[in-house]
Ligand binder design. Structure first.
Ligand code: FES
Length: 105
């Protein structure tokens, strides 16, 4: 399984992904620029990514906490998600995300 992550400078990275891992953890473990300050407990919004539109419908919808955090983030768009709230599964093999400017460490 893999994910495609495009960093804030536009560089594309293909990352090996494991089932059940949070996308945030995969991006962070590869050393890409993602702050993920709260470590995945859905209380910081510094793991903000834009999900390629064709993948959005495959994701579990955001819970109210995630929605609130995204409302407060400075660069939220219609396809914004918190990457710590996306769990990797076979259905998401190949998912493409762009790291938000506000996720920069
Ligand atoms: S890492 Fe803090 S909300 Fe995702």
């Amino acid at each position: 399984m893999k994910i495609i992550a495009i960093d804030q400078s536009g560089q594309r990275h293909e990352l090996e992904a494991l089932e059940g891992w949070r996308i945030m953890e995969i991006i962070r473990d590869y050393g890409l620029p993602i702050k993920a300050e709260c470590g995945g407990c859905c209380c910081c919004a510094t793991c903000h990514v834009y999900v390629a539109p064709e993948w959005l419908s495959k994701l579990v919808p955001p819970n109210p906490e995630e929605e609130d955090l995204l409302l407060d983030a400075p660069d939220t768009k219609a396809n914004s998600r918190l990457s710590c709230q996306i769990l990797m599964s076979a259905e998401l093999d190949g998912i493409e995300v762009v790291l938000a400017e506000s996720a920069k460490p």
